[in-house]
Design a protein around this ligand. Structure first.
Ligand SMILES: [Zn+2]
Length: 336
């Protein structure tokens, strides 16, 4: 994902200094990742009526019990495959691994051929559906491929690719075998999120762009109540960024969920603009929230480097994001 939006550069006297800092930040960042503006936490003004952040909290039962030990074990196993770029044998092994963990679930593959600057690649989004009694779908997504240009460097993407794969596998465990008295939840392991050469609108997000288009055509998009994206959520020093491309009211619900669990200090301390797998859905009007910590190591030094290894990922961070995501799903059920 990248923060490619340049809105922070728009003339605005009060933000001139910030803009200068931003330009320095961008210049210092090899892949132009981060647009940073310190801002207060999310506004509650756009929270749907029944979820006013200042009002009484709805009764949604006990806090979710997310099994972070198992999620961390998945991170280790996924990273142990080694580099998992599209087109690689390790990528195929990981696909099989994901399918094996979803045995017995309702699973669909969204397979197609992506035409990239490095040639054609088989790409496959993996979708596990957990049906509910209520009309509407909550999507929780995260990518499982790893960075393509770093494929020969030993890069394992423990956080970038690994943590998202793992947290979704654990969500499947949480959802499996339970009657869902609410919206359906669809887990989506997106593929080919990473650029093969350099991030552009056409060299990136191959899987999510394909899926958004497909779901637009077959009418699925209209039924999606919320799209929650998990990306780089395992960083031991966890600070989930607020993303200006995400939907404000949905970020407010996430923040409310975090607050209910006492984890709000890990959320939205800074604001960035990110183009990530949610973006093709945002562009089509789907409410989206990208849960991403794009400051991985001091000054993001571990991001897209061979230093993105398992020791930088913490089970506590997986627990925080995992339980906040599940709490968000519960809160969304309360929205009329
Ligand atoms: Zn990446």
């Amino acid at each position: 994902m990248i923060p490619a939006k340049s809105e922070a550069a728009a003339p605005h006297p009060g933000r001139m200094v910030v803009c200068l800092l931003l330009l320095l930040t961008l210049a210092a960042c090899a892949r132009g990742k981060s647009a940073e503006t310190p801002q207060p936490a999310v506004s509650s003004t756009l929270v749907p009526t029944s979820l006013d952040a200042g009002g009484t909290a709805p009764d949604i039962g006990p806090a979710p019990a997310f099994n972070s030990t198992r999620a961390m074990q998945y991170v280790k196993e996924v990273a142990a495959f080694g580099p998992r770029p599209i087109g690689s044998a390790n990528h195929k092994k990981l696909e099989d691994y994901i399918y094996a963990h979803l045995k017995g679930d309702s699973v669909e593959g969204d397979a197609f051929t992506a035409d990239t600057p490095e040639g054609k690649f088989a790409v496959r989004n993996i979708i596990a559906k957990f049906p509910g009694t209520r009309d509407g779908i909550i999507v929780i997504a995260g990518h499982y491929d790893t960075n393509y240009p770093l494929r020969d460097t030993g890069y394992v993407g423990a956080n970038d690719g690994g943590s998202s794969t793992a947290i979704l596998l654990e969500f499947a465990n949480q959802l499996r075998g339970k009657k869902r008295d609410g919206y359906s939840v669809w887990l989506v392991w997106t593929d080919a999120e990473e650029a093969v050469k350099e991030w552009t609108a056409t060299d990136s997000l191959y899987g999510s762009r394909h899926l958004a288009e497909k779901w637009e055509k077959d009418g699925t998009l209209k039924n999606i109540k919320a799209f929650l994206l998990e990306d780089m959520i395992g960083d031991a020093d966890l600070n989930i960024d607020q993303d200006t491309n995400s939907t404000p009211w949905l970020e407010s619900v996430v923040y409310q969920a975090a607050t209910r669990l006492g984890y709000q200090s890990h959320f939205f301390g800074r604001t960035i603009s990110v183009e990530d797998d949610h973006f093709p859905f945002v562009q089509r009007g789907v409410p989206c929230a990208d849960l991403i910590d794009l400051n991985y190591g001091y000054n993001n030094v571990f991001h897209h480097t061979p230093q993105d290894t398992v020791d930088k990922v913490s089970p506590k961070s997986l627990e925080i994001v995992g339980s906040v995501t599940l709490e968000t799903v519960k809160l969304l059920e309360k929205i009329k």
